[in-house]
Design a protein around this ligand. Structure first.
Ligand SMILES: Cc1cc2nc3c(=O)[nH]c(=O)nc-3n(C[C@H](O)[C@H](O)[C@H](O)COP(=O)(O)OP(=O)(O)OC[C@H]3O[C@@H](n4cnc5c(N)ncnc54)[C@H](O)[C@@H]3O)c2cc1C
Length: 88
């Protein structure tokens, strides 16, 4: 989570200055959405069976963060954007 926060702040700064408006945001979106999925998955595990039950906050978080890897550019599309930028 700390790495994700640092990446978002650096990407936001580079975006604001106009230095980079593609690579940083794609890296941050890709890294953070994958990280959030891993964190939510572990949280469900900590709660055991209760973490899987509807109505429990951690179950809702787990379901919600799954979408992060799909909307606003799927993880695979972020990889394509990142690869194109790096190959330039
Ligand atoms: C409830 C909900 C709300 C949503 N809200 C929003 C929203 O507000 N804003 C928003 O932007 N999106 C939103 N989306 C996501 C959007 O509707 C699409 O689902 C998303 O853009 C992916 O497109 P697709 O479903 O057509 O998948 P496809 O494009 O058919 O992709 C299917 C799979 O193939 C992979 N893939 C596709 N092209 C490539 C490629 N060139 N190289 C490698 N892999 C590839 C994808 O990564 C994915 O894993 C929402 C989705 C849901 C379910």
């Amino acid at each position: 989570m700390y790495a994700g926060r640092a990446m978002v702040l650096q990407a936001a700064e580079a975006y604001d200055t106009g230095e980079d408006r593609k690579l940083g945001p794609s890296c941050a979106k890709y890294f953070c959405s994958e990280m959030a999925g891993r964190v939510a998955d572990r949280a469900v595990q900590v709660f055991g069976g209760m973490g899987y039950m509807r109505g429990v906050v951690v179950e809702r978080l787990y379901r919600d963060v799954r979408l992060f890897r799909i909307y606003e550019g799927t993880s695979q599309i972020q990889q394509v954007v990142i690869a194109r930028r790096l190959l330039r």
